[in-house]
Design a protein around this ligand. Structure first.
Ligand SMILES: [Zn+2]
Length: 279
């Protein structure tokens, strides 16, 4: 019998590979911030360079080289990006995982590969077992980041990886973006500051994927978090999925220039999002 590999199987494999990678880094007595030495452990080089807008890093498979964007300046984002690109290299070197990935997706699926690398990067930075004993709550992100000397991005991603129920994670940053592109009648791009999704993830029990680089409209509830830094707020807010986002109970926190939000999907016996999206 042929059983199709699911996305959840692939995420689990990527997390296992990441845990082995972390143990190799620890055995070499290196810290993850020693990028060049850590990369060299896996016969990879690392450099800084200019990358297109919205791209924090890149892995050049043929050259076995990681490029980190010079426009990313916060240590947390740089560390996370390095681990994400390192995961690209580890997955490219793992024939079994690559062939399972090809079976599951048939053709190249960049967004699915990004999800594997994000889940793996969180595991490289912070073991899931350290996070599993805590609730999935934005209020705990600052404390756990300090306790485990880990990036807040890794803490939030591990919380969502470990959550038993259906939840979505959105990490957004304020950016100056084009809010209305030029048209023949109005030849100038209109720009404005908007929260932009820089990372999105779902718990294993949740159904939909969250895309990066989506702008949140100015009336979105997550902007309230920015007015009260380091205070966890609860509200109903639209989960940024698909063309017709729908409101879900949400808990959000503004911390280290990022808004972290967990959206909690009530059990599927309640009104399903598909039904709600018809309205
Ligand atoms: Zn990537």
């Amino acid at each position: 019998m042929i059983t199709r590999v699911t996305e959840e199987d692939l995420v689990r494999q990527a997390i296992d590979l990441a845990a082995r990678t972390r143990r190799q880094i620890e055995a070499a007595e290196l810290h993850i911030t020693e990028f060049a030495q850590v990369a060299a452990l896996f016969q990879v080089t690392v450099c800084t360079g200019e990358l297109p807008e919205g791209k924090d890093g890149s892995y050049l498979k043929d050259e076995r080289r990681i490029i980190l964007s010079s426009s990313v300046t916060t240590p947390e984002r740089i560390n996370f990006t390095f681990c994400h690109e390192l995961m690209h290299s580890r997955i490219e070197d793992d024939g079994d995982l690559l062939s399972d990935f090809a079976d599951a997706h048939r053709r190249s699926d960049e967004a699915a590969m990004e999800r594997l690398c994000n889940a793996g990067a969180a595991e490289v930075l912070l073991p899931a077992e350290d996070v599993r004993q805590f609730d999935c709550s934005v209020a705990l992100i600052p404390e756990l980041s300090e306790r485990f000397f880990a990036s807040s991005i890794a803490v939030a991603l591990q919380m969502i990886n470990c959550a038993d129920d259906a939840r979505y994670l959105v990490i957004a940053e304020l950016r100056t973006v084009i809010v209305a592109p030029a048209t023949p009648l109005d030849p100038y791009n209109r720009i404005g500051d908007r929260l932009v999704v820089v990372y999105g993830a779902k718990s294993p029990a949740a159904k939909y994927f969250i895309r990066r680089n989506r702008h949140l409209p100015l009336d979105h509830g997550l902007y309230h978090a920015m007015l009260q830094p380091e205070t966890a707020l609860k509200m109903d807010a639209e989960v940024p999925i698909g063309d017709n986002p729908w409101p879900l109970p949400c808990e959000c926190l503004y911390f280290r220039q990022k808004v972290f939000a967990f959206f909690h999907e009530p059990s599927r016996n309640a009104v399903s999002p598909d039904q709600m999206r018809m309205f």
